[in-house]
Design a protein around this ligand. Structure first.
Ligand code: ZN
Length: 243
């Protein structure tokens, strides 16, 4: 099965959000059982300014993350479909808002995956900038750098932090040079990532959105697909590969 919006597509940029990982048991943020919906007070723990000044906030943060399902989660069929599409020789770039690393675990090449909001698998020193693999069994709730004593944080973009400008610039170039921008499981409420859709459309490319709920960019889209991601994405990838 192919549909007209797939015609002539040789390069696809896939923008993924929390919705692609919920089938892997990782809760989204804003859905009915989302992280922020269930406990809005956690937003403080995920805000850079509060995290940096308050050891109690840091303790809450690390306690919340220690048992996070993302550390043990496995990729699902949607992650694998994208990895298979790349493996089959199709030009796929993944731009992800997710910090769970599941695209790479599914087999997407790390150099083809841009983690716009960072990764929980890396811990960063706010003092010297050193990056180390995240330890999840550490008991210490106010983690400090072994080298400089600086406050350690997860390598994810917290509220109040800016995205890496070089990463955003690269994402914009990918969005403007791919004939198709496929958005999967993102509510497109978080900037500057959401405006990558406008970059794609302004570049003359097609925008197709696969998401459970309406997004602010639906009106710009060539097609909007409400079907569950777990069935929609493998079908779309198979059609692109066969097209
Ligand atoms: Zn340090």
């Amino acid at each position: 099965m192919t549909t007209s919006w797939m015609d002539g597509v040789t390069r696809v940029a896939v923008l993924t959000g929390a919705g692609i990982s919920t089938d892997s048991g990782i809760p989204d943020y804003r859905g009915p059982s989302g992280v922020w919906t269930r406990d809005p007070t956690l937003i403080e723990a995920f805000t850079y300014g509060s995290f940096m000044v308050d050891p109690e906030v840091r303790a809450t943060f690390w306690r919340t993350y220690r048992g996070h399902p993302a550390f043990s989660a496995r990729p699902n069929g949607a992650h694998r479909a994208l990895a298979d599409l790349e493996r089959g020789g199709f030009a796929v770039r993944v731009l992800t808002q997710n910090v769970d690393g599941l695209h790479q675990r599914a087999g997407s090449s790390p150099r083809k995956v841009l983690e716009l909001h960072g990764s929980i698998r890396e811990t960063v020193c706010t003092g010297c900038g050193a990056r180390t693999p995240t330890s999840i069994d550490e008991g210490d709730e106010d983690r400090r750098c072994a080298d400089c004593g600086g406050i350690l944080k997860l390598g994810v973009v917290m509220f109040g932090e800016h995205l890496d400008p070089a990463t955003v610039g690269l994402a914009e170039r990918i969005a403007s040079h791919s004939e198709l921008m496929l958005v999967v499981g993102s509510s497109l409420l978080v900037e500057p990532v959401a405006s990558l859709c406008a970059v794609a459309v302004n570049g003359g490319n097609r925008l197709v959105i696969v998401n459970r709920d309406p997004t602010p960019y639906d009106d710009l889209a060539t097609a909007v697909i409400r079907e569950p991601i777990g069935t929609a994405l493998p079908r779309i990838c198979a059609a692109l590969a066969g097209g």
